[in-house]
Structures are given as C-alpha cells and as structure tokens.
Design a protein around this ligand. Sequence first.
Ligand SMILES: CC(C)(COP(=O)(O)OP(=O)(O)OC[C@H]1O[C@@H](n2cnc3c(N)ncnc32)[C@H](O)[C@@H]1OP(=O)(O)O)[C@@H](O)C(=O)NCCC(=O)NCCS
Length: 427
Amino acid sequence: MNFSDLRSILQYVPQFRGCTFVVALDGAVIDSPDFSNILLDLAVLRSLNIKVVLVHGAAAQIAALGKRREIPLSNVDGTGVTDEATLEVSMDAISRLSNGVMQSLTTVKLQAATANAIHAHPAGIIKGIDSQFTGTIERIDFKVLQSFIDQDILPVVPPLGFDADGQTLRVNSDVVATEVATSLKATKLIFISHDDPREISREREHQWSAEEIGQYLKDNPETDSGFASKLSQAADATRNGIPRVHLIGSQVADALLAEIFSNEGVGLMVNSDDYQQLRRATKNDVDELYLLIHRAMEEEKLKARSRTEIMSLIRDFTVLEIDGNIVGSVAVHVYEAENKAELACLYVKKGHNDQGYGRVLVEAACDRAKELDADCLFALSTQAVNYLEKVGFERIDDLSILPEVRRTEWEANRRNAAVLVRPKDSW
Ligand SMILES: CC(C)(COP(=O)(O)OP(=O)(O)OC[C@H]1O[C@@H](n2cnc3c(N)ncnc32)[C@H](O)[C@@H]1OP(=O)(O)O)[C@@H](O)C(=O)NCCC(=O)NCCS
C-alpha cells in the first residue's frame, strides 16, 4: 500500500466514526479460508470506531449436520418448511456455529456475545402448506443489541427467533440482517456470500436502486435463490431507510475493506437516492476542488487557475459528489455585458470516467445557463473537442461569438483552444 491509498482510506474515517454497520455472513463463508481475513477486517472497522453487528446464516452447516446424522431435512435456509427434526438439527448447527464465530472474534481481540434479540411468530400456512417451525420476524429487541454495543461487545445474531411462548423458530438470516439494520438505523448493511455477486449479475452495473432490483428479479425469474434473497432484502433495507447496502463475495481479495473504503467498491451496491448528488459548490469545497483539478490544469487540459481564483469564482461551480466525495466539477461563468455563459472546468476524476458523469455535468451546466437566462453557452477546449461534440456542442471558427474579454485572452495566451457552442434549443 502507498501513502495515497492510505490517504484515500482515511478520508472516510470521520464520515463513518460512530456509525453502525451490520455485516451479514453466509454460513458457507464462515467455514471458508476467507473467514480469517474477514475477522481481521472487522477488527479494523472496530479500531476506526465503527460499531459492528454480525448476523450469520447457517444453511451450509445445517445441511452438513443433517447429512452426518442421516436426517432428511425439510429446508436449510429458513425460507420453507422447518419440520421438528430439521429444527433440532438447525438449533444444534447454529449454536455450534455461533460459538465458533465468537471464539474466532476473540482471536482478533474483539469481545462478542450472542444476542437472542429476534421476536418471531410461526409463519403459518403459506400456499396451503404449514411452515411449522419456520418463523416470521415480529420485531428486533434493539435495546439488547444497543446495550452490547455500548459496552464495546460485538453482538452476534444467529438466525433463530423466539415466540411469546419461548418456542424457538428458524428464521432466514438475510431477513434477520435487514430487520437488525433497520432497527438500529444502521449506516450500512453488508451481505458477504461465498460467490462473487459481480460474477452472478455479470452484465449489470454495480450500483442498483430498489426499483432496478424489482425489475431485474422480474426479468430474471431463474436468478439463484440465495442471490435473489439478498437482492430483495437489500431493496427492502433501502426502502426502510438504510442508505447503502452492499453485496460482496468473500473470495475477492480484501473485499470488505475495498468495498467500504473506495468510491466504486468491489461488489454490488444498492443505494437510496442520495448516494450521488449534484450540488452548487460552496467555499468549503475550494481545497477539495483545487486538489481535484490541479493535475488537469498542469496537463493543460483545463485553464490554469489559482486557489484564490477558484475561491472568488466558487459560486459558478457545480460539483458531483459520490458518497460524500467530490468526483467531478463544472463551472458556468457569465459575461453580463454580452449575456453569454461559458462552460469551464469540466472534470471527472480518474477512476470514475466513462460512466456518464461528464455528460451529467454538461447537462447541469446547460440547466444553469438556462436558469441564468443566458443567450449562448460556449466552451473553449484544447483536448476534449471530440468529447464536447459528443455531448451536443458544435465547433465554430468565428471568434466573434466570444465575449470581448475572452477573445482578448484567447489571442494573447496562444493555447489555440477550439471554440464550441451548444445550441440554445438543446439546453
Ligand atoms: C472529458 C471528461 C470530462 C469526460 O468525462 P467522463 O465522465 O469520462 O465522460 P462520459 O462518461 O460522459 O463519456 C464517456 C465517453 O466520452 C469519451 N471521452 C472521454 N474523454 C474524451 C476526450 N477527451 N475526447 C474524446 N472523447 C472522450 C470516452 O471515450 C467515452 O466514449 P464512449 O461513450 O464512446 O465509450 C473527462 O475525461 C475529463 O475530466 N478529462 C480531463 C479534463 C478535460 O479535458 N475536460 C474538458 C475540458 S473542456
């Protein structure tokens, strides 16, 4: 790791300090060699003062124990019928697994305790079939979880619920994770499964909205049931107010930290609408903005400007933020005498290119020009002429289109920038 990697990680620390992350691990991950790295990553999160709650599944262990005992199981993941024999096997497998997880957490110096925080009732008869000992979650006893967290104890939540009579019921761990995250108003819910979700959803974008998930599941009824369950829980969680839900594969190197501490991540992210935002820049953005665009200025892709100049023109800038970090900018300068507007400082951070952000910023500049009631929106460019043509600008050779001050500058600075105009009827 180099220092700039470290810096880019540390920028997230103030944002996440004191926040709660719910991490949901599939049983199969706990038995895999990836588990030891995940434990270390959890210890890193705790050391950054992020509160962590661990929810775990147990389908793989239940299936294995059933096989060893030669007991036919009615269902292993808590979604179908749980008959008495299956409940028995499930309880044994889950309690062993929870204990194992707690022991493992102590190896990375994390204090942990299992929390029986799930109040449930029998799921009842579904499509004419009695679900028997499968439970539906009624509520989460978040005070129990909170009191563990307050004592610096990491709560481990197994996929078992209890009804009013003290009867144990098998519940699905994906649903548990969503309910726990919702009850604690978690900042993030992170599902970690054995298979890489990016592989499964191959051709798709890595960021999804709840609506897109609904459409995807409708269009792909044959989707793997484990993946489909996580996707629909992720959609529910964002609707319940969890800002970001992540689905990651345990086999991807450093998956947990890479997903959390980079803008683009390594898994799939389901977000509520405020993940990306375009907003007008403020004085507080000057340093971040200068850092963002100074390299492009050095490379003469953008006109050189000092920090002080950016400060004095800050009201002209619009920034594109992802997860609280500025990744793109555009400015619209107005020349009042001629009532013309200039699109300038169009920039998208490396690593975020080719995702349409540049176009979004150009459209924002058009909106701004319209708002300002300008007669013309022009741009000067040395290295992005083709790009500007792609996003609706037309190159012109007649310099008289420029406001006088810009024409004088153009003649003096010899950058030979091309002049482009975006026709007003396309704003
Ligand atoms: C130009 C810039 C803003 C584009 O941002 P972006 O978010 O990557 O662009 P989009 O996602 O909207 O569009 C991507 C498309 O534009 C193309 N493109 C990107 N930069 C280009 C350039 N300088 N010239 C020609 N085409 C370019 C990409 O190849 C891609 O093409 P495709 O759709 O055929 O695959 C970005 O590359 C940048 O900041 N460049 C450095 C600064 C600069 O030159 N600014 C323009 C000053 S006028």
